[in-house]
Design a protein. Structure first.
Length: 278
């Protein structure tokens, strides 16, 4: 047993905090933002990061992508390795020092910035002030497009039925299922279909899928079967960790479905058709 695992904080029963008041959004679009692409986007879904940039630039916003960014620290934090998570968080904080909004391509990582960085630094007043300021200007991509940019999407695609998956932490901390639903509803030719396990975890959970592979495998099997039964032609999600898990399960089960990041889906659906194309 490694020292890291041996010294990990034991799991504790957590009580849900009181519901926070509705977030207040800026009245105008900023001219410049940071993009936190997330490590999974960087390594496995780079096209989603590029499409997020395209969506923001189309709104007239300049995008700064700090090259030193890495993981948000969520896997270490949720596994009980708080010291390691603090080290990662300190490194990320140095990259976002200008007073610009920070747009994140994953609701779970945005939730880490907004909800859990303050917990990590609750005993360090100077750092706590910095992370609270970061939290105030952190937005999940769909949230930012919807409530800050007031984006109006014009669908250019053929009729399509899609099923939406949102990660557990994104759903409960950032309400990303509501933001994504609202954006999809703007696409005239897209019908969002319900599936039985929509609010349930896909089984990824960062390091959970590594530490508990049998349970994780059973959970993603339920998720994929529910998606298949929905009759959806495509799966859309704003969390690439979930997408990686779900797409892997689709492939293993020979299910003819594929999940796509919301940014890529929105960008592709709203591109004008080229002359001569079908």
């Amino acid at each position: 047993m490694s020292n890291l695992f041996y010294n990990a904080a034991p799991q504790e029963t957590r009580v849900a905090p009181p519901r926070k008041p509705a977030r207040t959004y800026p009245t105008g679009k900023p001219t410049q933002v940071y993009l936190f692409g997330t490590c999974v986007v960087d390594l496995f879904f780079p096209e989603a990061g590029m499409d997020a940039i395209h969506l923001l630039e189309r709104e007239g916003i300049r995008v700064d992508f700090p090259q030193g960014q890495s993981c948000c620290g969520q896997p270490a934090y949720t596994s009980g390795y708080t010291e390691q998570a603090r080290e990662v968080a300190r490194a990320q904080l140095k990259l976002f020092e200008n007073d610009w909004p920070v747009v994140v391509t994953s609701g779970s990582c945005a939730g880490m910035f907004r909800e859990h960085y303050p917990d990590l630094f609750k005993d360090e007043p100077e750092m706590l002030a910095k992370v609270k300021h970061l939290a105030e200007r952190t937005y999940e991509l769909a949230e930012f497009l919807l409530h800050v940019c007031d984006v109006q999407l014009i669908d250019q695609g053929a009729p399509l039925q899609v099923a939406l998956h949102t990660s557990c932490s994104a759903r409960r901390e950032m309400n990303t299922h509501l933001h994504a639903r609202a954006l999809l509803s703007q696409l005239a030719q897209v019908e969002r279909v319900e599936h039985d396990h929509e609010s349930e975890c896909c089984g990824f959970g960062g390091t959970f899928s590594v530490r508990m592979p049998d349970i994780s495998g059973a959970m993603v099997a339920d998720k994929t079967q529910s998606l298949l039964a929905s009759g959806a032609q495509q799966v859309v999600s704003a969390d690439c960790g979930c997408l990686m898990n779900i797409n892997g399960a689709f492939e293993k089960q020979n299910i003819p479905l594929l999940g796509q990041h919301l940014a890529s889906f929105l960008w592709q659906r709203t591109q004008p058709k080229q002359e001569g194309s079908l």
